[in-house]
Design a protein around this ligand. Sequence first.
Ligand SMILES: CC(C)(COP(=O)(O)OP(=O)(O)OC[C@H]1O[C@@H](n2cnc3c(N)ncnc32)[C@H](O)[C@@H]1OP(=O)(O)O)[C@@H](O)C(=O)NCCC(=O)NCCS
Length: 220
Amino acid sequence: MLPPDATRAAAIHHDVLGAEFITRAGPRFLRRYYLAWMRSDGGMALAARVDGQVVGALLGSIRPAQHYRSMLRRDGWRLGALMLGRSLAHPGFGAELFLTRGMRYSRALLRMARTRLSTHPPTGGPVVPPVPALNRSAIGEVTHVLVDAAYQGRGVARALLAEAEEQAGRAGLHRLVLVTTPELARSGLYERLGWTPQGQLASGSGEEFWRYERDVSGRT
Ligand SMILES: CC(C)(COP(=O)(O)OP(=O)(O)OC[C@H]1O[C@@H](n2cnc3c(N)ncnc32)[C@H](O)[C@@H]1OP(=O)(O)O)[C@@H](O)C(=O)NCCC(=O)NCCS
């Protein structure tokens, strides 16, 4: 996915995942979310195109911990400000944000502030980026797969997931994981795509999900 695709990807996201919390954070938040994902280290943002037009998107990460840290460091304040703005304009959303995610997000912002204060880059000499160690047993994740309603049922999600699996395998990962809603789990979508169900779990905000895994080893 390229930065100019963010608006279109966010629009599809809005249309097909309208009830999701980040969608309710508003179109500006959603667009920034995609941009942030694209420029994070260790993130994976894929776009599916038909005749040059974006018709589907996949978000995930090859190094989840590094990805979230990077996203928070680079775009945390912007995303936080957009969420705060949305909360002021839509108090219902603000109340939900505070009740379900307030503590978790505040802790993340505090961690980010501390990191910023304690890690000023050295001045004068060249800055050498750390080389990430290749961990063969590392696990990556897929967080979103979504397809424009007009293009559903044509293999777009299958193609996006195949590309994500390929990239994860090439990066030396053994497994990719994802979570999905109980409804989609019941539909058998991910089993059809070759993923294995791992059981139920509750998110930090109390929503119920099903976890799936996909072996991606040996795809180098
Ligand atoms: C779920 C979604 C991503 C599927 O995209 P898609 O491009 O239509 O899927 P594909 O055409 O690649 O289908 C792949 C396989 O899954 C099956 N499938 C697709 N949607 C399905 C559904 N809702 N339930 C059950 N199976 C489904 C297809 O039949 C196909 O199987 P087959 O090849 O054995 O026939 C799409 O419907 C969507 O964007 N939904 C809204 C967003 C969403 O719920 N995303 C997932 C959670 S983040």
